[in-house]
Write a protein that binds this ligand. Structure first.
Ligand code: CO
Length: 427
């Protein structure tokens, strides 16, 4: 597909995905439109060879798969994450002081806090509504600016003052009405009757629109590029691929930003449980299962750091990804990035065969660097894996920046990975 079409599709996806629950709903709708059938973990599955399915867990993680006509030779998987750093609403009434009512929140993930200040915000997430003895999940994202976290005037800020405290300094202001019971009003804005709401997972969200900018329209800035850009790019490639001898799986996991160890995170049993059901459907013996898994490959797709000219000293002197320089292959000796010589070779061969621009990322040798999905998912199902991503600046800011052309590279790579003949890796 054209680079512009992919970038436009990504911008639309970002605009419609103010948080992980909406992202999974939008991914589900794209899968529905492509003829995938929805499965539920609570139900018994009756699968058919050659068919396409998806399943969600917690409404915030999703696994989609295409089954081959025969028993699979191997599995080909991609994984990205649906969550982004933000602040989560705590239960209970709001706090009122000096006539201003603020919501009680705590930080979710490693947000760049100052990027959340002095900009209009809203809430997004899900509420649980009680209906005749059962609980129904309702996604909410009011289409208006409702909150703001004001910074402290410069006149009160000493140069050596401590970083602001979330609990004391950074609670978002909702209203000047002075009423601590205002949360009900907020729920009405979300389109639900507060009397029926018995549970909620609501997060702050930045509603600033994605923008293309720069002298030659080189850049794309948006909230939640990490990692919705990879959720979208890997799905584009997955949707355009057919399962031949191999089973194809697309994964989007929640909770990467808080360590992935939740019931639906990359380190949970979600993938393993799904694979067990597939292995049973294929009636594979333990011997056959282990052989299939040993032949399988996982692409862990999470955004990468582009070189920032204002801070050259934090970058590796050689491996410095550029915006619009194409896909990034990540390496780390301690294997927080799962790439090794064999999977790096596989990645480079696919990129070469399809003229996909590829760059390499390593941490500066004195920097600890970040972690991502692949090594955590490997704690449940150990697979040969590589870590890739799209180059971006300002990772974990409320408004992040990438190259406008790079999204197409990930879609092309994902399609090549799912479609091409892969070499057997001999040890
Ligand atoms: Co990420």
């Amino acid at each position: 597909m054209e680079s512009k079409t992919i970038t436009g599709g990504l911008m639309d996806f970002l605009r419609r995905s103010p948080g992980c629950f909406h992202a999974v709903r939008n991914l589900s709708e794209m899968l529905d439109a492509a003829g995938f059938q929805r499965l539920r973990e609570n139900d018994l599955w009756s699968l058919q060879a050659g068919e396409r399915y998806y399943v969600t867990r917690n409404g915030s993680s999703l696994i989609a798969f295409r089954l081959p006509q025969e028993k699979p030779h191997r599995l080909r998987l991609t994984a990205a994450h649906t969550d982004s750093p933000t602040f989560k609403l705590k239960p209970g009434p709001a706090l009122t002081d000096g006539g201003l009512t603020r919501l009680n929140v705590e930080q979710y993930g490693g947000a760049i806090r100052q990027s959340w200040l002095d900009r209009p915000l809203s809430v997004a997430g899900r509420v649980l509504v009680e209906e005749q003895g059962s609980l129904r999940q309702v996604l909410v994202a009011p289409d208006r600016d409702l909150l703001l976290i004001p910074s402290l005037a410069i006149h009160f800020t000493a140069p050596d003052s401590d970083a602001p405290s979330v609990q004391n300094n950074l609670l978002p202001v909702l209203t000047a009405s002075g009423d601590p019971a205002i949360l009900d009003e907020l729920l009405r804005f979300c389109g639900v009757n507060p009397e029926t709401v018995v549970g909620m997972d609501l997060y702050l969200t930045n509603r600033q629109k994605p923008r293309i900018w720069g002298l030659k329209n080189e850049f794309l800035s948006a909230p939640r590029l990490d990692d919705l850009a990879c959720c979208y790019g890997t799905l584009e490639g997955f949707l355009e691929s057919e399962a031949k001898q191999d089973a194809l799986l697309y994964c989007a996991f929640d909770n990467e930003e808080v360590g992935s160890t939740s019931r639906q995170g990359a380190a949970s049993t979600f993938l393993r449980d799904t694979l067990e059901r597939l292995m049973d459907f294929w009636t594979l013996s333990a011997d056959q299962r282990h052989a299939v898994l040993a032949r399988s490959v996982l692409v862990s797709a999470d955004n990468a750091h582009a070189f920032h000219p204002g801070y050259p000293s934090v970058a590796d002197p050689v491996n410095r990804p550029k915006l619009n320089g194409g896909l990034v292959l990540k390496h780390q000796a301690a294997q927080k990035y799962t790439t090794d010589g064999a999977t790096a070779a596989l990645c480079r061969m696919l990129c070469k065969a399809h003229d996909i621009r590829l760059q390499e990322y390593t941490n500066h040798s004195d920097q600890r660097g970040g972690s991502t999905l692949g090594n955590l998912s490997n704690t449940q199902v150990s697979l040969r894996a590589m870590d890739i991503g799209l180059p971006q600046l300002a990772m974990h800011s409320a408004y992040e920046t990438m190259g406008a052309e790079d999204a197409a590279c990930l879609a092309a790579f994902s399609k090549a990975f799912f479609s091409d003949t892969l070499p057997e890796i001999q040890e």
